[in-house]
Design a binder for this molecule. Structure first.
Ligand SMILES: [Zn+2]
Ligand SMILES: [Zn+2]
Length: 330
Protein backbone atom coordinates (compact mmCIF):
# COMPACT_ATOMS: atom_id res chain seq x y z
CA UNK A 1 0.00 0.00 0.00
CA UNK A 2 1.07 3.61 -0.60
CA UNK A 3 2.24 5.71 2.35
CA UNK A 4 3.98 9.05 2.89
CA UNK A 5 7.05 8.09 4.87
CA UNK A 6 9.61 10.21 6.67
CA UNK A 7 12.62 7.89 6.60
CA UNK A 8 14.71 10.34 8.61
CA UNK A 9 15.31 14.08 8.82
CA UNK A 10 14.74 15.77 5.43
CA UNK A 11 14.03 12.44 3.76
CA UNK A 12 10.36 12.09 2.73
CA UNK A 13 9.06 9.64 0.12
CA UNK A 14 5.73 8.37 -1.14
CA UNK A 15 6.42 4.66 -1.30
CA UNK A 16 4.88 1.21 -1.00
CA UNK A 17 4.97 -0.42 2.41
CA UNK A 18 3.47 -3.62 3.79
CA UNK A 19 -0.12 -3.63 5.00
CA UNK A 20 -0.20 -3.09 8.78
CA UNK A 21 -0.53 -6.12 11.00
CA UNK A 22 -3.87 -5.95 12.85
CA UNK A 23 -3.43 -7.18 16.44
CA UNK A 24 -6.39 -8.58 18.39
CA UNK A 25 -7.14 -5.30 20.15
CA UNK A 26 -6.73 -3.24 16.95
CA UNK A 27 -8.96 -2.42 13.98
CA UNK A 28 -8.07 -1.59 10.39
CA UNK A 29 -9.11 1.89 9.23
CA UNK A 30 -9.01 3.50 5.78
CA UNK A 31 -7.98 7.16 6.20
CA UNK A 32 -10.06 9.52 4.02
CA UNK A 33 -8.68 12.96 4.84
CA UNK A 34 -5.57 13.95 6.77
CA UNK A 35 -4.60 17.48 7.77
CA UNK A 36 -1.07 18.77 7.93
CA UNK A 37 0.33 21.12 10.54
CA UNK A 38 3.60 22.74 11.56
CA UNK A 39 4.47 19.74 13.67
CA UNK A 40 4.64 17.61 10.51
CA UNK A 41 7.21 20.04 9.13
CA UNK A 42 9.19 19.68 12.35
CA UNK A 43 9.07 15.87 12.07
CA UNK A 44 10.42 16.21 8.52
CA UNK A 45 13.08 18.73 9.57
CA UNK A 46 14.15 16.50 12.47
CA UNK A 47 13.86 19.28 15.03
CA UNK A 48 11.66 17.38 17.50
CA UNK A 49 13.27 15.73 20.54
CA UNK A 50 14.25 12.16 19.54
CA UNK A 51 12.12 10.77 22.38
CA UNK A 52 8.99 11.93 20.55
CA UNK A 53 9.58 10.64 17.01
CA UNK A 54 10.65 7.19 15.82
CA UNK A 55 11.92 7.14 12.23
CA UNK A 56 10.94 5.83 9.79
CA UNK A 57 7.39 7.00 10.39
CA UNK A 58 4.32 7.51 8.21
CA UNK A 59 3.07 11.10 8.62
CA UNK A 60 -0.49 12.03 9.55
CA UNK A 61 -1.89 12.75 13.03
CA UNK A 62 -4.96 14.90 12.20
CA UNK A 63 -7.31 12.66 10.29
CA UNK A 64 -10.65 10.98 9.72
CA UNK A 65 -11.36 7.60 8.16
CA UNK A 66 -13.78 4.72 7.94
CA UNK A 67 -13.57 1.20 9.33
CA UNK A 68 -12.13 -1.09 6.67
CA UNK A 69 -14.52 -3.94 7.53
CA UNK A 70 -17.60 -1.73 7.18
CA UNK A 71 -16.76 0.72 4.37
CA UNK A 72 -20.43 1.02 3.36
CA UNK A 73 -22.09 1.82 6.68
CA UNK A 74 -21.32 5.49 6.02
CA UNK A 75 -20.02 6.26 9.49
CA UNK A 76 -16.76 8.10 9.77
CA UNK A 77 -14.38 7.50 12.63
CA UNK A 78 -11.77 9.62 14.34
CA UNK A 79 -9.05 8.05 16.46
CA UNK A 80 -7.26 9.52 19.45
CA UNK A 81 -3.62 9.97 18.47
CA UNK A 82 -2.08 9.52 21.89
CA UNK A 83 -2.00 5.84 22.78
CA UNK A 84 -2.11 5.82 26.59
CA UNK A 85 -0.70 2.85 28.49
CA UNK A 86 -3.85 2.77 30.62
CA UNK A 87 -2.12 1.58 33.76
CA UNK A 88 0.22 4.36 34.96
CA UNK A 89 -0.78 6.86 37.66
CA UNK A 90 -1.43 9.63 35.11
CA UNK A 91 -3.69 7.39 33.00
CA UNK A 92 -5.47 6.30 36.21
CA UNK A 93 -6.41 9.91 36.96
CA UNK A 94 -7.54 10.54 33.37
CA UNK A 95 -4.48 12.58 32.42
CA UNK A 96 -3.84 10.48 29.30
CA UNK A 97 -1.93 13.45 27.81
CA UNK A 98 0.73 12.90 30.49
CA UNK A 99 0.93 9.09 30.23
CA UNK A 100 4.33 7.91 31.48
CA UNK A 101 4.88 5.99 28.23
CA UNK A 102 4.77 8.34 25.27
CA UNK A 103 3.26 6.74 22.18
CA UNK A 104 1.42 8.66 19.47
CA UNK A 105 0.07 7.92 15.99
CA UNK A 106 2.09 9.84 13.41
CA UNK A 107 5.06 10.26 15.79
CA UNK A 108 6.20 7.01 17.40
CA UNK A 109 3.94 4.78 15.29
CA UNK A 110 2.74 5.11 11.71
CA UNK A 111 0.25 7.87 10.91
CA UNK A 112 -2.68 8.17 8.56
CA UNK A 113 -1.13 9.34 5.28
CA UNK A 114 -1.42 5.81 3.92
CA UNK A 115 -4.11 3.60 2.42
CA UNK A 116 -4.67 1.73 5.68
CA UNK A 117 -3.78 2.11 9.32
CA UNK A 118 -4.24 -0.29 12.25
CA UNK A 119 -5.29 1.48 15.46
CA UNK A 120 -6.20 0.37 19.01
CA UNK A 121 -9.98 -0.26 19.03
CA UNK A 122 -10.58 1.60 22.29
CA UNK A 123 -9.28 4.86 20.78
CA UNK A 124 -11.84 4.87 17.94
CA UNK A 125 -14.78 7.32 18.12
CA UNK A 126 -17.62 6.88 15.65
CA UNK A 127 -19.20 10.00 14.20
CA UNK A 128 -22.86 10.47 13.40
CA UNK A 129 -23.61 10.08 9.68
CA UNK A 130 -24.37 13.81 9.33
CA UNK A 131 -20.81 14.85 10.23
CA UNK A 132 -18.70 15.60 7.15
CA UNK A 133 -15.11 14.46 6.75
CA UNK A 134 -13.99 18.10 6.48
CA UNK A 135 -15.55 18.94 9.85
CA UNK A 136 -14.14 15.78 11.43
CA UNK A 137 -10.60 16.20 10.13
CA UNK A 138 -10.13 19.05 12.62
CA UNK A 139 -10.95 16.87 15.66
CA UNK A 140 -7.35 16.50 16.84
CA UNK A 141 -6.42 20.19 17.00
CA UNK A 142 -9.88 20.98 18.42
CA UNK A 143 -9.34 18.44 21.21
CA UNK A 144 -6.14 20.28 22.16
CA UNK A 145 -7.86 23.68 22.19
CA UNK A 146 -10.99 22.36 23.93
CA UNK A 147 -8.96 20.80 26.71
CA UNK A 148 -7.21 24.13 27.34
CA UNK A 149 -10.45 26.15 27.34
CA UNK A 150 -12.39 23.76 29.58
CA UNK A 151 -9.45 23.59 31.96
CA UNK A 152 -9.46 27.40 32.14
CA UNK A 153 -13.24 27.34 32.80
CA UNK A 154 -13.89 30.37 30.58
CA UNK A 155 -16.73 32.40 32.16
CA UNK A 156 -19.74 33.55 30.15
CA UNK A 157 -19.62 37.27 29.35
CA UNK A 158 -15.82 37.41 29.27
CA UNK A 159 -13.77 39.69 27.04
CA UNK A 160 -11.43 37.29 25.24
CA UNK A 161 -8.28 37.90 23.24
CA UNK A 162 -6.80 35.30 20.91
CA UNK A 163 -3.19 35.99 19.92
CA UNK A 164 -2.23 34.46 16.57
CA UNK A 165 -4.12 33.97 13.32
CA UNK A 166 -3.23 30.38 12.35
CA UNK A 167 -5.51 27.36 12.50
CA UNK A 168 -5.10 26.80 16.25
CA UNK A 169 -5.93 30.45 16.95
CA UNK A 170 -8.96 30.28 14.64
CA UNK A 171 -10.16 27.07 16.31
CA UNK A 172 -9.65 28.85 19.64
CA UNK A 173 -12.00 31.62 18.54
CA UNK A 174 -14.53 29.12 17.22
CA UNK A 175 -14.55 26.99 20.37
CA UNK A 176 -14.62 30.06 22.66
CA UNK A 177 -18.13 30.68 21.26
CA UNK A 178 -19.33 27.63 23.26
CA UNK A 179 -18.57 29.63 26.44
CA UNK A 180 -20.77 32.62 25.47
CA UNK A 181 -18.07 35.32 25.60
CA UNK A 182 -18.97 39.02 25.44
CA UNK A 183 -16.38 39.44 22.68
CA UNK A 184 -13.49 37.67 21.01
CA UNK A 185 -10.72 39.89 19.67
CA UNK A 186 -8.02 38.37 17.48
CA UNK A 187 -4.55 39.89 17.42
CA UNK A 188 -2.90 38.72 14.20
CA UNK A 189 -0.18 39.66 11.79
CA UNK A 190 -1.99 38.72 8.56
CA UNK A 191 -5.06 40.86 7.75
CA UNK A 192 -5.83 38.29 5.00
CA UNK A 193 -6.96 35.98 7.84
CA UNK A 194 -9.72 38.39 8.93
CA UNK A 195 -12.44 36.71 6.86
CA UNK A 196 -11.71 33.29 8.38
CA UNK A 197 -11.58 34.94 11.81
CA UNK A 198 -15.00 36.50 11.29
CA UNK A 199 -16.44 33.09 10.36
CA UNK A 200 -14.89 31.72 13.56
CA UNK A 201 -16.84 34.30 15.58
CA UNK A 202 -14.13 36.91 16.06
CA UNK A 203 -15.73 40.29 16.79
CA UNK A 204 -12.70 42.34 15.82
CA UNK A 205 -9.46 41.40 14.07
CA UNK A 206 -6.64 43.75 14.98
CA UNK A 207 -2.92 44.03 14.38
CA UNK A 208 -2.36 46.07 17.56
CA UNK A 209 -4.19 46.02 20.90
CA UNK A 210 -2.49 49.14 22.33
CA UNK A 211 -3.28 49.15 26.08
CA UNK A 212 -6.48 47.09 26.01
CA UNK A 213 -6.93 44.44 28.72
CA UNK A 214 -8.90 41.20 28.61
CA UNK A 215 -10.42 38.63 30.99
CA UNK A 216 -9.02 35.68 28.99
CA UNK A 217 -5.98 35.77 26.76
CA UNK A 218 -5.42 32.70 24.57
CA UNK A 219 -1.85 32.70 23.21
CA UNK A 220 -1.75 30.61 20.04
CA UNK A 221 1.19 32.09 18.14
CA UNK A 222 3.94 30.33 20.06
CA UNK A 223 6.46 33.15 19.63
CA UNK A 224 8.30 34.84 22.49
CA UNK A 225 7.07 38.39 21.80
CA UNK A 226 3.48 37.16 21.47
CA UNK A 227 3.74 35.48 24.86
CA UNK A 228 5.02 38.69 26.42
CA UNK A 229 2.06 40.48 24.84
CA UNK A 230 -0.31 37.84 26.24
CA UNK A 231 1.00 38.28 29.78
CA UNK A 232 0.70 42.06 29.53
CA UNK A 233 -2.83 41.92 28.10
CA UNK A 234 -4.47 40.13 31.04
CA UNK A 235 -6.72 42.37 33.09
CA UNK A 236 -6.90 42.12 36.90
CA UNK A 237 -8.13 38.63 37.80
CA UNK A 238 -7.43 37.61 34.23
CA UNK A 239 -6.39 34.27 32.81
CA UNK A 240 -3.61 33.59 30.31
CA UNK A 241 -3.78 30.29 28.41
CA UNK A 242 -0.57 29.33 26.64
CA UNK A 243 -1.52 27.12 23.66
CA UNK A 244 1.32 27.91 21.26
CA UNK A 245 4.55 25.95 21.66
CA UNK A 246 7.60 28.19 21.27
CA UNK A 247 10.92 26.78 20.13
CA UNK A 248 12.82 25.09 22.97
CA UNK A 249 14.99 27.63 24.79
CA UNK A 250 12.73 30.62 24.06
CA UNK A 251 12.80 33.01 27.03
CA UNK A 252 10.30 35.78 27.68
CA UNK A 253 10.70 38.95 29.69
CA UNK A 254 7.69 39.75 31.83
CA UNK A 255 6.90 41.54 35.06
CA UNK A 256 6.06 39.02 37.77
CA UNK A 257 4.96 41.77 40.16
CA UNK A 258 2.20 42.65 37.66
CA UNK A 259 1.11 39.00 37.58
CA UNK A 260 0.95 38.96 41.39
CA UNK A 261 -0.62 42.39 41.85
CA UNK A 262 -3.14 41.75 39.08
CA UNK A 263 -4.07 38.32 40.46
CA UNK A 264 -3.42 36.72 37.06
CA UNK A 265 -3.49 32.96 36.41
CA UNK A 266 -1.12 31.54 33.77
CA UNK A 267 -1.98 28.11 32.37
CA UNK A 268 0.14 25.81 30.22
CA UNK A 269 -1.22 22.64 28.74
CA UNK A 270 -0.10 19.58 26.84
CA UNK A 271 -2.19 18.08 24.08
CA UNK A 272 -5.59 16.52 24.90
CA UNK A 273 -7.11 13.94 27.22
CA UNK A 274 -9.50 11.12 26.38
CA UNK A 275 -12.25 13.24 27.91
CA UNK A 276 -11.56 16.34 25.80
CA UNK A 277 -11.46 14.18 22.68
CA UNK A 278 -14.82 12.60 23.55
CA UNK A 279 -16.33 16.04 24.25
CA UNK A 280 -15.23 17.40 20.86
CA UNK A 281 -16.74 14.33 19.16
CA UNK A 282 -20.00 15.09 21.00
CA UNK A 283 -19.90 18.72 19.80
CA UNK A 284 -19.47 17.45 16.23
CA UNK A 285 -22.19 14.79 16.59
CA UNK A 286 -24.58 17.33 18.12
CA UNK A 287 -23.91 19.57 15.08
CA UNK A 288 -23.07 22.59 17.23
CA UNK A 289 -19.64 23.19 15.68
CA UNK A 290 -18.88 23.35 11.96
CA UNK A 291 -15.15 23.97 11.55
CA UNK A 292 -14.83 22.85 7.89
CA UNK A 293 -14.70 26.48 6.65
CA UNK A 294 -11.15 26.44 8.00
CA UNK A 295 -10.05 23.91 5.37
CA UNK A 296 -8.68 26.16 2.63
CA UNK A 297 -6.20 24.01 0.69
CA UNK A 298 -6.98 20.55 -0.74
CA UNK A 299 -4.54 18.07 -2.26
CA UNK A 300 -4.45 14.36 -2.96
CA UNK A 301 -1.69 12.04 -1.83
CA UNK A 302 0.24 12.24 -5.13
CA UNK A 303 0.47 16.04 -4.57
CA UNK A 304 2.16 15.68 -1.18
CA UNK A 305 5.07 17.94 -2.17
CA UNK A 306 2.72 20.80 -3.11
CA UNK A 307 0.79 20.25 0.12
CA UNK A 308 3.91 20.52 2.27
CA UNK A 309 5.11 23.50 0.26
CA UNK A 310 1.78 25.28 0.75
CA UNK A 311 2.01 24.63 4.47
CA UNK A 312 5.51 26.05 4.67
CA UNK A 313 5.30 28.91 2.17
CA UNK A 314 1.69 29.93 1.41
CA UNK A 315 1.45 33.58 0.31
CA UNK A 316 0.68 35.76 3.31
CA UNK A 317 -1.75 37.97 1.39
CA UNK A 318 -4.31 35.17 0.94
CA UNK A 319 -6.38 33.43 3.63
CA UNK A 320 -4.88 30.18 4.80
CA UNK A 321 -6.48 27.69 7.11
CA UNK A 322 -5.94 23.94 7.22
CA UNK A 323 -4.05 22.19 4.43
CA UNK A 324 -5.46 18.70 3.82
CA UNK A 325 -4.62 15.63 1.80
CA UNK A 326 -7.47 13.42 0.55
CA UNK A 327 -6.94 9.63 0.40
CA UNK A 328 -8.98 6.62 -0.69
CA UNK A 329 -11.32 8.83 -2.70
CA UNK A 330 -13.48 6.40 -4.62
ZN1 LIG B 1 -0.94 18.79 14.26
ZN1 LIG C 1 -0.20 5.75 31.09
Amino acid sequence: MKALIVRGPNDVVLDDIDMPVVDVDHVLVEPLVSGLCGTDLEIIAGTIDAAYVHYPVVLGHEWVGRLAEHPDNGALVVVEGIVPCGVCDECERGATNRCRTYDEIGFTRNGALSEFIAVPSHLVHELSTEVSALDAVLTEPMAVVWRALTRAQVRAGSRCLVIGDGTVALLGALLLQRFSPASVTMLGLRPAQASLAQQAGVSDFVTDIADRRFDYVIEAAGQGPAIATALAAADRGGFVVLLGLPAHGTAVNFYPDDVVNNDVIIQGGLSYTRQSWAEVVSLLNDRVIHPSFLVTHHFDLSQWREALDTLAHAPRDQPRGKVIITLNND
